[in-house]
Design a protein around this ligand. Structure first.
Ligand code: NAP
Length: 329
């Protein structure tokens, strides 16, 4: 099968190559999926570029196949798997046990059967792939970490990326007042997605006031937590959700840790966003899409052969919604 193999850490277009490898074989409890689509997420560029450098300790580079989001059809069943039949359309994830080294930037991948669910007929493979990590993370923020609803005010920093575009729509669907922070070329996009207010970060710093919010979903972490906290209403909740784009040894990891410490010191509620897969959570995201409440925003769809360019695009930190990769027709 064709797969995108990594040689070492570095710029995606220099360290990723498309090659022929052996098709994986499902073990007991596993499913072989013929992939139709996957998407590129933050853990993928981190594991390819190897920044923040500290994460190199957790990710092997040589020979790895990255990618975690799965949308495809069942090609073989491991021993004991009864939940699916050959040819079933499914979607789900490989995420959950660290960076993927036998991932989804390939024609086939293997995952545990309990990390897949049936794909609704009405959900395109490309949309299904976009729903997994981005949709799950946005749902975790707007439903679990801060239950948005009528009368709540949510600010989404980094509103025009994969996570942000889902978060704006999910929070709006639940009745919240949503303020979206993004760059100038994406103001119309976030308004179209339902944002009540759109802030161009090149014109206005949301941490400078005067407006305050019940929760801030911070997908960028480009302000020190002490400043972001100033934009919280009394009792407000800060949701730091970024490894950060600054590179270096720790990048946003240090800021995330600092936010938690500062939260304890100032009695500000800081909650992490647990975007991990459960079948129910992914089914909930899919239902939002098939009902028309949420539309996945897809920036570009790349063929598998152009995966290095897809990862490089995500690594610019200015993808407009989700970056999707497709296999075959
Ligand atoms: N908790 C979890 O399980 C989990 C899972 C996946 C991802 N994440 C985190 O979620 C975050 C968002 O991921 P993503 O997939 O949406 O992609 P992303 O590449 O982090 O976000 C891209 C977006 O960020 C915006 N952006 C860049 N600089 C900005 C700034 N200074 N101010 C405001 N917005 C800015 C860009 O908007 P413009 O182009 O308009 O500038 C672009 O639309 C990541 O930081 C990642 O670490 C968490």
């Amino acid at each position: 099968m064709k797969a995108v193999v990594q040689d070492r850490f570095g710029p995606p277009e220099q360290v990723l190559r498309v090659t022929d490898t052996d098709r994986p074989v499902p073990g007991p409890g596993e499913v072989l999926v013929r992939l139709r689509a996957t998407s590129v997420n933050t853990p993928d560029w981190i594991a390819v570029a190897g920044v923040p450098y500290a994460l190199r300790l957790a990710a092997r580079a040589e020979g790895a196949v990255r990618g975690t989001d799965i949308a495809g059809t069942v090609a073989a069943l491991g021993e004991g798997v009864t939940a699916f039949a050959l040819g079933d359309a499914v979607f789900g994830t490989k995420w959950g046990s660290g960076f993927a080294t036998a991932g989804t930037f390939a024609e086939y991948t293997v995952t545990a059967a309990d990390r897949l669910i049936a794909k609704p007929e009405a959900l395109a493979f490309t949309d299904a792939a976009a729903c997994v990590m981005s949709g799950l993370t946005a749902r975790a923020a707007a439903v679990d970490a801060f239950p948005t609803g009528p009368g709540t005010r949510l600010l989404v920093n980094g509103a025009s990326g994969g996570v942000g575009t889902f978060a704006v729509q999910i929070a709006k669907h639940r009745g919240a007042h949503v303020t979206a922070v993004c760059g100038p070329r994406n103001l119309d996009l976030v308004r179209d997605l339902g944002a009540d207010e759109a802030i161009d970060y090149t014109e206005r710093d949301f941490t400078a006031g005067p407006d305050q919010y019940d929760a801030i979903l911070d997908n960028v972490l480009n302000h020190p937590p002490r400043r972001s906290f100033r934009a919280l209403a009394p009792g407000g909740v800060y949701l730091p959700n970024s490894i950060g784009n600054t590179g270096g040894l720790l990048a946003g990891l240090a800021t995330m840790a600092g936010a938690n410490l500062r939260g304890m010191a100032t009695r500000t509620t800081v909650r992490s966003v647990d975007g991990n897969f459960t079948p129910d959570r992914l089914a909930e995201v899919a239902a939002l899409v098939t009902s028309g409440a949420v539309t996945p925003v897809i920036d570009r769809v790349y063929p598998l052969e152009e995966t290095p360019a897809a990862v490089a695009h995500m690594y610019t930190h200015h993808a407009r919604g989700n970056v999707v990769i497709t296999m075959g027709d």
